[in-house]
Design a protein around this ligand. Structure first.
Ligand code: NAD
Ligand code: UDP
Ligand code: UDP
Length: 343
């Protein structure tokens, strides 16, 4: 149709990423809370490019307009500066509920706010989903397993969380968020999906967000020693962002309503990880041993049998491939910040 050709022409002139055409029946109105953050912005890209209409609700606590600026002005895209702790009225078909700080220093910065975002914020999104009959996907976390006594972690495992420790605002906040999802599903017939996301990395992570991937890459690029907290024997399993985004979209559109682990099961100790990043960036490995984090989970690795069985999903991007892309992104960010300091 003519309108579409005009829209495409406008897209080209403004250099928007290409979007697929979807018929009205297939095109959905999708809300992404936290859509200006690291994960949210990549999800927004995938949904818009697939031809859907996307509204982002974000209060820019840890997110940045820059992550989604390439869509501003596009007719399928809307950005609302709003704090989800306050109610909001929108008409949508699906809600990807991602709003919450995710990095330990960020969520510990204001624990009460983290609790409010994950409890009151999730309540508001469930109330919205109920009112407009939208399906809601909660971005939950491997942190619901706490410092796990079972390894690898299956979704049936109930977890081992310290309810009054420094991580509790986030861990318990997400646990209540899950509880609320299933209460609304049972009592009010809201369709819910729960993704338990394991450590994820990639471009658009904030360079100062304090997570291990950004810390180690920045330290290696700046020739500083890599700060290993504690013995470095604790483990994590790192997934690349594009794998996560594929998993979230598959889960949202599946018939499976129980929690699903989305993560890469290849496990490393933090010390191995430090060495790998040093070697990939180049230069000699320098490690600085820092005090251990309180309640730091000692072993973490997802069992992804459920995702394989019900979503036909598994991670595709090898760690080194993802790391090289992320290092290239951080190099650019570093150059940009050096240039802006000169001005
Ligand atoms: P992020 O900090 O980059 O993004 C979170 C976004 O939520 C930001 O844009 C922030 O401004 C927004 N936000 C926070 N509080 C808000 C509020 N009250 N109202 C509106 N917006 C608010 O983090 P991320 O890594 O992109 O994580 C996204 C989601 O995925 C989070 O829910 C997180 O718990 C979950 N998750 C992420 C990981 C990971 O490794 N990245 C792992 C497990 C779970
Ligand atoms: N809510 C919202 N947007 C909506 C519908 C509800 O933000 O479109 C909020 C509402 O203000 C309430 C929460 O979601 O705080 C839970 O809504 P629900 O209808 O379940 O509860 P009630 O309003 O009856 O307490
Ligand atoms: N970590 C580290 N050095 C850093 C940052 C983190 O050794 O500079 C460790 C941290 O103690 C944890 C792991 O790396 O064992 C992953 O930390 P991150 O904050 O990235 O995420 P978490 O999985 O703990 O939420």
């Amino acid at each position: 149709p003519l309108e579409l050709r005009i829209a495409n022409l406008e897209n080209k002139e403004r250099k928007y990423p290409p979007v697929k055409y979807l018929s009205e029946k297939d095109r959905k109105r999708i809300l992404v809370t936290g859509g200006a953050g690291f994960v949210g912005s990549h999800l927004v890209d995938a949904l818009l490019m697939a031809g859907h209409e996307v509204t982002v609700v974000d209060n820019f606590f840890t997110g940045r307009k820059r992550n989604i600026e390439h869509w501003i002005g596009h007719e399928n895209f809307e950005l609302l500066n709003h704090d989800i702790v306050e109610p909001v009225l929108l008409e949508v078909d699906q809600i990807y509920h991602l709003a919450s700080p995710a990095s330990p220093p960020n969520y510990m910065y204001n624990p009460i706010k983290t609790i409010k975002t994950n409890t009151l914020g999730t309540l508001n999104m469930l109330g919205l989903a109920k009112r407009v009959h939208a399906r809601l996907l909660l971005a939950s976390t491997s942190e619901v397993y706490g410092d796990p006594e079972e390894h690898p972690q299956r979704e049936e495992y109930w977890g081992h969380v310290n309810p009054i420790g420094p991580r509790a605002c986030y861990d318990e906040g997400k646990r209540v968020a899950e509880t609320m999802c299933y209460a609304y599903a049972k009592q009010d017939h809201v369709e819910v999906r729960v993704a338990r996301i394991f450590n994820t990395f990639g471009p658009r992570m904030h360079m100062n967000d304090g997570r291990v991937v950004s810390n180690f890459i920045m330290q290696a690029l700046e020739g500083k020693p890599l700060t290993v907290y504690g013995s470095g024997k604790q483990t994590r399993s790192f997934q690349y962002i594009s794998d996560l985004v594929n998993g979230l979209i598959l889960l949202m559109n599946s018939d499976f309503s129980q929690p699903v682990n989305i993560g890469n099961p290849v496990e490393y100790t933090i010390m191995e990880f430090a060495e790998m990043i040093s070697a990939t960036v180049g230069g000699k490995t320098m490690i600085s041993n820092v005090a251990k984090m309180e309640d730091d989970p000692q072993r973490r690795k997802p069992d992804i049998s459920r995702a394989r069985k019900y979503l036909g999903w598994e991670p595709k991007v090898p760690l080194l491939v993802g790391l090289n892309r992320t290092i290239a992104y951080f190099k650019k960010e570093l150059d940009k910040s050096k240039k802006s300091k000169l001005i």
